[in-house]
Design a protein around this ligand. Structure first.
Ligand SMILES: Cc1cc2nc3c(=O)[nH]c(=O)nc-3n(C[C@H](O)[C@H](O)[C@H](O)COP(=O)(O)OP(=O)(O)OC[C@H]3O[C@@H](n4cnc5c(N)ncnc54)[C@H](O)[C@@H]3O)c2cc1C
Length: 410
């Protein structure tokens, strides 16, 4: 998908990414249709990922992980997205719980005391993942309000008590619900009499089996059916201090200084875009298993549609690759605008490519025994993912291109 020579990847990156591709093709692809049909969580995929080391892809090598950096992770995740969008998306929620406290946190300012405490705590989380295959979910979305869009404090609150926090609140769309061992929730730390502030956002790993944790509601959506993103209720849950995935205040720093942290939802959709193109070419060449070997490639309108798909795909890949290669602390304004543009482009193009692929392949390609209609439904979900929905990206690109920080028209 991103040839190592063409995209100047190192041999180590190329090996890890090729491993993810082989894993996706061998393990994820054969199971994807059934989990989509039944809207069940593909837990066996995650058990196999543990054996393969993939649950610890962003855990440093010194802690027993594969030590992938941000760009390598994104490229590996795109490979998994080609074969099962729902698994790749849920995997992203898990991996973010190791990447954010890891490489991201290392780039951010912290007191020596906080950094030492953080280093000790994250080793606990890493060990759970590496040794026991623990799964971390990442539910931050909340009903109504603008917290998940990054504009206000989270309504889920953590009240400091001896040795930890008492957490209460409600999270919607908790991918991995019921399967996760820990819910990496974003909440507002708030002592008695203190106001709610985004600066006091806490990133806490809430143990799934802690008293007061409940998963409710059903899951029967259009696409991404295997993520099983049900509702999470937290009622007076005691969460020990060691479950802090970042020290107090550091998530706020990350969200403002390391904005590419939110771009990690895109690799799945980049993979889906590639998968729609791959299917179309195989189908028109008469090479799809389960179809008679009838070639449909000689029709000019189909050739033109393939060309349009290729152009959209190349534009999307080029912009996305550039954006994921620029992820760092304190990026330049141009780089942030490019990250929004990449997010918007990937999420919208993946579905546009899938729609065009269905149109041009025709009736057979809509059958449920082929992956294209699933790719179409899964890819539709990308644009609504907070905090960088398609509309929010447009809004920010327009405003931030026209106004420097602090500028007004008054
Ligand atoms: C398959 C799937 C898996 C998910 N997994 C997770 C997960 O693991 N963790 C998690 O936290 N969330 C997850 N989400 C939730 C997702 O990130 C959004 O929070 C959710 O889709 C919002 O749904 P909503 O009905 O509130 O829509 P809204 O957020 O109201 O969106 C509807 C429309 O309003 C626009 N909009 C919303 N807010 C703003 C704003 N502030 N400014 C401008 N426009 C805005 C959007 O762009 C969109 O066009 C998942 C969602 C899906 C579909």
């Amino acid at each position: 998908m991103f040839a190592p020579d063409a995209f100047r990847l190192t041999p180590a990156q190329a090996e890890l990414i090729a491993g993810a591709r082989r894993f996706g093709r061998r393990v994820l692809a054969p199971r994807a249709a059934q989990h989509d049909r039944d809207a069940t969580f593909p837990i066996e995929n995650f058990r196999d990922m543990h054996r393969e080391g993939l649950l610890a892809i962003c855990v440093p090598k010194a802690d027993g992980g594969l030590g992938a950096d941000y760009q390598t992770y994104c490229l590996a995740a795109a490979e998994l997205g080609r074969f099962c969008g729902a698994t790749a998306l849920s995997w992203n929620m898990h991996v973010a719980s190791t990447l954010w406290p890891g490489a991201l946190a290392d780039d951010l300012p912290m007191s020596d005391e906080d950094r030492a405490a953080h280093a000790r705590r994250r080793r606990l989380h890493y060990r759970r993942v590496v040794e026991h295959g623990a799964l971390y979910a990442q539910p931050f979305s909340e009903e109504g309000g603008t917290a998940a869009a990054g504009a206000s404090a989270f309504g889920t609150e953590a009240h400091p008590v001896d040795g930890g926090f008492i957490v209460s609140g409600k999270k919607i769309f908790a991918s991995l619900s019921g399967a996760a061992d820990y819910y990496g929730i974003l909440c507002t730390a708030r002592a008695e009499g203190e106001g709610a502030s985004r600066r006091n956002t806490l990133f806490l790993a809430v143990p799934a089996r802690a008293p007061g944790v409940e998963v409710v509601g059903d899951w029967d959506p259009l696409g991404m059916r295997g993520t099983v993103s049900r509702t999470l209720l937290l009622k007076d849950v005691f969460v020990p201090e060691d479950e802090m995935l970042m020290p107090r205040g550091v998530y706020f720093q990350a969200a403002t200084r390391w904005p590419h942290m939110f771009l990690t939802l895109t690799p799945t959709y980049m993979g889906l875009a590639q998968a729609a193109c791959d299917f179309t070419i195989a189908y028109l060449r008469g090479e799809v298993a389960g179809m008679p070997p009838v070639k449909r490639r000689m029709i000019a309108t189909k050739q033109i549609a393939v060309a349009e798909i290729r152009i959209m795909l190349e534009q999307t890949k080029a912009l996305w690759f550039q954006a994921i290669s620029e992820a760092r602390a304190n990026p330049a304004k141009e780089q942030v605008l490019r990250a929004y543009a990449a997010q918007h482009t990937v999420m919208e193009s993946a579905n546009a490519i899938a729609a065009k692929a269905i149109r041009i392949c025709g009736g057979h390609a809509m059958l449920k025994r082929f992956p294209l209609e699933r790719i179409y439904r899964d890819s539709r979900c990308g644009s609504v993912m907070l905090p960088w929905t398609a509309e929010i990206c447009l809004e920010r690109i327009g405003r931030e291109a026209l106004y420097e920080p602090g500028e007004t028209d008054g």
